[in-house]
Design a protein around this ligand. Structure first.
Ligand SMILES: Nc1nc2c(ncn2[C@@H]2O[C@H](COP(=O)(O)OP(=O)(O)OP(=O)(O)O)[C@@H](O)[C@H]2O)c(=O)[nH]1
Ligand SMILES: [Mg+2]
Length: 463
């Protein structure tokens, strides 16, 4: 159970479990220093009376019977100038599962509790070290799979999105002050509301929020990766294309039609942008139950994808089976026709294709893959160059998007009421409060335990 009052001392392993040069156990809370003092011995085997804050100490940690567990470097950081805002201890031991776990076990025996996922970061938030957007950004940064997504997360961590939200909140508070004046001076009420000051400010906030909302599509693509589904009839070279892009033999390739039965997903970075590549079962009429399930999944993948690579075997032209797949993909604006097997000579050329973007490739020889990558990134209108350099703050979280939408909705009501000229200032004020509270929830000025639970349970233990 998470402790929102932060009364107990928490501990966890902060490094990945496995072999490594060093492993780190972190302890946060009132008991951290006491635990370190009990476990730590100097090189000559003596207990240490005093630990200065932010100083590394070399020595040993011992178990309850005084047996050494490992040679370590340990640091104590005094509250409140620490990540969590509490007393924080780190014990750096040799990496590897046995030693680090043993140290953690000893720490727990001495009164610490195993931290829940994200609990260190949650304490940082509760103690006002970071706001909620920054807390979420830490997780985003840890989970970033591409340079661009790491960069966007870092901007959030540095507070750029939080600042933007704060600015919008401040402007709304100004608008609210006008409304409150109208409540306090009823005889001037009409004049105050009609002066346009409230409306102008609310309108500006709506525009600011809408600008942020318009970045969500790019933000989501960057964070989650562009979903690219490879579909087509059997044997056209879909799995070969997956392998060519990944530059490894990930999927089984054979000359037997119907080789791929299930959906295979792999992540790769193309031009700095994360891509989730999805290889699917070849689509055809089939009486085989397993294959039919696979085909249904192929069609579903195509429906859910940001980009669909419709692969055909250019050496045999556009067949009836291809026609049927084209029928399924009709009307979708995100399809790239991939004419494969160029090395065998093509009966179908991209110059004949009007309705789709088209690229000629040889998956077997790895030809045309660069051009195809560019087409994919271009299709979703992401420009990696600008994204990496750009100063724009992008929103990447669905939670933020929903709250921003909620705020805009309330503010539109305010504008509507002012224009209709019949709402009393108290009602206007209530709608502005709703918007303020939605914006407040983004940065964590307004929170509930449930909400924190959902957010922090997505973190790993030890962060
Ligand atoms: N010459 C040539 N052969 C290719 C090319 N791409 C794929 N092939 C061959 O085509 C056959 C089928 O390739 P796969 O990649 O398994 O085709 P698939 O579309 O995944 O097939 P299913 O999984 O059955 O739907 C294999 O024998 C490949 O070696 C290419 O660019 N040129
Ligand atoms: Mg295949």
């Amino acid at each position: 159970m998470r402790d929102y009052l932060c009364e107990d001392t928490i501990a966890a392993i902060g490094t990945p479990i496995g072999k490594g040069a060093i492993g780190i156990v972190r302890i946060s809370g009132k008991g951290a220093l006491q635990i370190l003092s009990e476990m730590f011995r100097t090189k000559s085997g003596k207990k240490r009376e005093k630990f200065e804050s932010r100083k590394m100490y070399y020595g040993f940690v011992v178990d309850s019977s005084g047996e050494p567990i490992d040679e370590v470097l340990a640091v104590y950081m005094r509250a409140p100038k620490t990540f969590t805002g509490e007393d924080l201890v780190e014990i750096h031991s040799h990496g590897g599962i046995v030693v680090v776990r043993k140290i953690l076990r000893e720490v727990l025996k001495r009164g610490a509790r195993l931290a829940e996922p994200g609990e260190f970061t949650m304490r940082a938030f509760i103690h006002g070290k970071i706001d909620l957007v920054q807390a979420e950004a830490i997780n985003e940064l840890i989970n970033a799979t591409s340079e661009v997504s790491a960069k966007v997360a870092l901007k959030h961590l540095e507070g750029e999105l939080s600042d933007r939200i704060k600015l919008l909140r401040d402007k709304l508070l100004e608008a609210k002050a006008y409304i409150e004046a109208a409540v306090d001076f009823p005889e001037e009420e009409v004049e105050i509301i009609e002066s346009g000051e409230v409306k102008r400010r609310v309108q500006e906030v709506i525009e600011g929020i809408e600008k942020l909302l318009s970045t969500y599509r790019d933000g989501r693509l960057i964070k989650e990766g562009i979903k690219v589904a490879i579909v087509g009839r059997p044997n056209v070279g879909k799995s070969s294309l997956l392998n060519a892009i990944l530059q490894e033999e990930r999927a089984i390739v054979t000359e037997i039609p119907g080789t791929t039965r299930d959906v295979i997903e792999e992540t790769v970075t193309l031009n700095g942008v994360p891509i989730r590549l999805i290889d699917t079962a070849g689509i055809r009429e089939s009486s085989d139950v397993v294959e039919r399930i696979g085909i249904e999944r192929s069609i579903r993948s195509a429906e859910k994808a940001d980009v669909v690579l419709f692969v055909v075997d250019g050496s045999s032209g556009f067949t009836q089976e291809d026609e049927r797949i084209a029928e399924i993909l009709k009307g979708k604006g995100n399809v790239i026709l991939v004419v494969n097997k160029k090395d065998l000579g093509l009966k179908l050329r991209c110059s004949e294709i009007k309705s789709w973007r088209c690229v000629e490739i040889s998956a077997k020889r790895g030809e045309g893959i660069g051009e195809l990558s560019r087409e994919i990134v271009e299709m979703v209108l992401l420009d990696p160059e600008t994204l990496l350099k750009g100063d724009d703050v992008l929103i990447t979280s669905e939670r933020h998007k929903e709250l921003l939408e909620k705020a805009v909705e309330s503010l539109r009501k305010v504008i509507g009421s002012i224009e209709a000229g019949f709402e009393s200032p108290e009602f206007l004020s209530m709608d502005i409060d709703e918007a303020l509270s939605a914006l407040g929830e983004i940065v964590g000025q307004v929170t509930t335990e449930d909400m924190l639970d959902i957010i922090f349970s997505r973190f790993c233990i030890g962060k």
